[in-house]
Design a protein around this ligand. Structure first.
Ligand code: PY5
Length: 305
């Protein structure tokens, strides 16, 4: 019997293969050294149309990640964008979907010289609901620091970088929390394990700047752009750990997490411990935008059917 996250076909180097047959050899370089880049994209079904949210921006970041590492890819941006839409159609997806393009350094001899290895590309699309089951979550500030841009190019979305996130996430889960906030090496608030973070204080929304070493999140960018429509302002500034504790509202933003309120940090209640009014307003608007109900942002949506 198929599992709930499974679909029927996966796009593998330009052709479709049945879900169960999209396999790699154990000598695939990316399995050994984390030499892969990926994206996380959502598509939203509004009852009539399936809209991919900010497809071109995600494809651009995918190609930038490949460029930063110098991996090379045998497909154009147009081919990947088309491949994503074809994958949604081929799987006859008429529901909310998560899309995972993945480009990995493939089969070859042991070692770090990836120059001659093929970059294998996959596009996986699957029915998907919420990333966090709860409406509001409890997090801890991790004792693990976020990888610094002096160690790894953090703007690239690379599989190997996520061992840092997995350490922090597992530590949080094992201690009874839902997720972790990581500080950067300067001790400033950076981001979640797979989300950017925003904080509300006296009606203003604050978020760490790109220079804090965050991933340049597309959800974050979207909120910065649409917040003024709701009479809200997002200010990019460095945030201290202590400021989190006295925030009025706090929330994670990301493709998977969408907008997820944080109700407790390190055991301290945030605001009144409930989903705050600004978080709720942004979240409602975000779903109107992603479902194609706000004309102004139809520019961010790519119709599949
Ligand atoms: N920061 C990190 C470290 C991320 O992995 C992500 C996305 C974000 C921020 C948010 O970026 P965006 O808004 O562009 O999605 N994380 C992946 C996602 O699909 C999941 C990784 C487990 O949300």
């Amino acid at each position: 019997m198929s599992k709930s996250f499974e679909a029927h076909f996966i796009w593998q180097n330009g052709s479709f293969v049945p879900w169960q047959e999209a396999k790699v050899h154990v000598m695939t370089n990316a399995l050994h050294y984390g030499t892969g880049v990926f994206e996380g994209i959502r598509a939203y079904w509004n009852g009539k149309q399936l809209y991919v949210f900010r497809l071109q921006d995600h494809v651009n970041r995918f190609f930038n990640s490949i460029k930063i590492y110098g991996f090379g890819i045998d497909f154009s941006k147009d081919q990947i964008s088309e491949g994503i839409k074809e994958t949604l159609r081929k799987n006859e997806l008429r529901t909310d979907v998560y899309i995972r393009p993945l480009a990995i350094k493939g089969y070859g001899p042991i070692g770090l010289d990836v120059r001659k290895l093929k970059t294998d590309v996959f596009i996986i699309a699957m029915p998907y609901g919420r990333y966090f089951e709860k409406e509001g979550i409890e997090v801890l500030v991790s004792s693990w620091r976020r990888i610094s841009s002096q160690t790894l190019p953090v703007l690239a979305k690379v599989t190997g970088h996520y061992s840092n996130s997995v350490l922090a996430k597992l530590d949080a889960l094992n201690k009874g929390y839902d997720d972790a906030i990581l500080l950067n090496e300067e001790g400033k608030v950076c981001e979640g394990t797979g989300e950017n973070i925003m904080m509300v204080k006296d009606g203003i929304i604050y978020t760490p700047p790109i220079s804090a070493g965050i991933l340049d999140g597309i959800t974050r960018r979207s909120i910065i752009e649409f917040a003024p429509d709701l009479g809200l302002k997002v200010v990019e500034k460095d945030i201290d750990r202590g400021e989190l504790y006295t925030a009025d509202e706090l929330f994670f933003v990301g493709t998977a997490a969408e907008i997820t309120p944080i109700l407790k940090v390190d055991g301290r209640q945030i605001g009144d411990g409930k989903v705050g009014p600004i978080s709720k307003k942004l979240k409602d608007y975000f779903f109107s935008v992603t479902q194609g109900k706000v004309d102004k942002y139809l520019k961010w949506l790519e119709a599949v059917w």
